[in-house]
Design a protein around this ligand. Structure first.
Ligand SMILES: Nc1ncnc2c1ncn2[C@@H]1O[C@H](COP(=O)(O)OP(=O)(O)O)[C@@H](O)[C@H]1O
Ligand SMILES: [Mg+2]
Length: 345
C-alpha cells in the first residue's frame, strides 16, 4: 500500500481467491470493493526516470503515448500470440481478482529488422501504457561494477507503475554465465536480472528482444511466459507490407517474390529510397523499386542466372525485348520468357 499499486492489487486478488472457499459472500464484497486496476494506475505517475549516478544520463527512455505511423505486419503465429496477450491484458482486473496474472514476460528472438522492437511498441500502443526502453548504452557505460545497480534501479522504477518495459539487445545483459572474459561481473548481472524477473509484478509487461537468442543464459530463458521467433517475411507478408504503395497488382507480386529473403527493415529502406528518387527525378516508382529488388535478389545469390538480372535491368531502363536480345546475343523468346518469369509481363 505504500508504494506499488500493482503489488497491492495482486496481493488483494490472491487473498480474495483464498477467502472464497471460507466465506464466499465476504470474498464477493471485497472483490467489488477492490478498485479496478486502471483507477490505481493513475496513483503513481510522474516520477522522474532513474539516472546513472556518474553520467546523470537517463537509464530508460519513456514514450507515452506510443503511436506507430504504420501498423506492423505479423505472421499468423505471432499475430495470434500477441492477440492472446492483449486479450488477457484487456481483462487484467478479472485475472488479478482471481490471483492470476496475464502473460507478462515476453521474449522476442530473431534476425535484425524483423519487427521485434516494433512489436514491443505496438503492444504499448494497444495497451495504452507508457513504453520504457532500457537505455543500454547508459546502463552499461559507467563502471562495469555499477551496471547491476543501474539495472536494479530500472526494474524498481518499472515495477512501481503499469508500463511496458523493453529490454532491447537483451543478450548484452543476459549472456550465458559461462561465456566470455568478464565472468564475475556477468554472473552478477545475470543474477540481478534473474531476481528482477522473479519479482516482476503482475500488471506490468516486460518485453526482452534479442538478435542472438542462442547466447542467452538458459535460466533467463526459462522465466519467460512467451517466447516468439520473428522470421523474415514470406512473399505474402511482403505483398501486404507493400499494399499502401501505388503499385499494379502484378508489380506487387513480382516485388514480393524478388524480395523474399529480405527483412522488413531492408525492404522499408528500399521503398523509401525509391520513393525519394521517384519524387526528385520525376520518375515512375515501379521500375525503380523493381530494379532495387532485382539487385537485392542478385546480391543474396538468389537469381539463378546473373544474365537474367542484367536483362531485367535493361528492360526496366526502357530497352525493348529485341534490343536486349541482340545486346546479349539471345533470342527474342528467351528474353521474353525471363521477363515473364520475374515480372509477369
Ligand atoms: N513486422 C513488421 N511490419 C512492418 N514493418 C516492420 C516490421 N518489422 C520491421 N519493420 C520495419 O523495419 C523497421 C525496423 O524494425 P525493428 O522492429 O527495429 O526490427 P528488430 O527490432 O527486429 O531489429 C521498423 O521500424 C519498421 O519500419
Ligand atoms: Mg530491435
Amino acid at each position: 500500500m505504500n508504494g506499488s499499486a500493482s503489488a497491492f492489487t495482486q496481493s488483494v486478488g490472491r487473498f480474495i481467491a483464498k477467502l472464497k472457499s471460507v466465506d464466499l459472500e465476504l470474498a464477493q464484497e471485497l472483490s467489488a470493493l477492490l478498485p479496478n486496476a486502471s483507477a490505481l494506475r493513475s496513483a503513481d505517475t510522474f516520477v522522474p526516470a532513474p539516472v546513472d549516478v556518474d553520467s546523470r544520463m537517463q537509464l530508460v527512455e519513456v514514450m507515452y503515448p506510443v503511436m506507430l505511423d504504420k501498423a506492423p505486419i505479423f505472421s499468423g503465429e505471432i499475430k495470434d500470440m500477441l492477440g492472446a496477450c492483449l486479450k488477457e491484458w484487456g481483462s487484467i482486473d478479472v485475472l488479478l481478482r482471481e490471483g492470476l496474472a496475464p502473460a507478462r514476460m515476453l521474449l522476442f528472438c530473431g534476425l535484425p529488422g524483423t519487427g521485434k522492437t516494433m512489436a514491443a511498441h505496438w503492444l504499448a500502443q494497444e495497451l495504452q501504457l507508457p513504453l520504457l526502453t532500457l537505455n543500454l548504452a547508459t546502463v552499461m557505460s559507467s563502471y562495469l561494477g555499477k551496471t547491476g545497480n543501474n539495472l536494479k534501479a530500472v526494474f524498481d522504477h518499472a515495477n512501481a507503475r503499469p508500463c511496458v518495459l523493453l529490454l532491447d539487445e537483451f543478450d548484452a545483459i543476459a549472456k550465458r554465465r559461462d561465456d566470455g572474459s568478464d565472468v564475475g561481473e556477468l554472473k552478477r548481472l545475470v543474477n540481478v536480472l534473474l531476481q528482477a524477473l522473479d519479482e516482476w509484478p503482475a500488471n506490468a509487461m516486460l518485453v526482452a528482444a534479442t538478435n542472438h537468442g542462442e547466447l542467452l543464459d538458459p535460466a533467463v530463458w526459462r522465466r519467460f511466459d512467451v517466447v516468439l521467433n520473428f522470421d523474415k517475411p514470406d512473399a505474402g507478408l511482403i505483398a501486404q507490407f507493400l499494399c499502401d504503395l501505388p503499385l499494379a497488382d502484378k508489380t506487387r507480386e513480382a516485388l514480393a517474390k524478388l524480395l523474399e529473403g529480405e527483412s522488413f527493415s531492408a525492404i522499408g529502406a528500399m521503398v523509401l529510397s525509391a520513393r525519394k528518387t521517384a519524387l526528385l527525378e520525376q520518375a515512375p516508382l515501379e521500375p525503380l523499386l523493381l530494379k532495387l529488388a532485382i539487385r537485392a535478389c542478385m546480391s543474396r545469390g538468389q537469381m539463378k542466372k546473373p544474365l537474367d538480372a542484367e536483362m531485367l535491368l535493361m528492360y526496366l531502363d526502357g530497352y525493348s525485348r529485341r534490343e536486349i536480345a541482340s545486346h546479349f546475343g539471345k533470342t527474342h523468346p528467351t528474353v521474353s520468357s525471363v521477363i515473364k518469369r520475374y515480372l509477369g509481363e
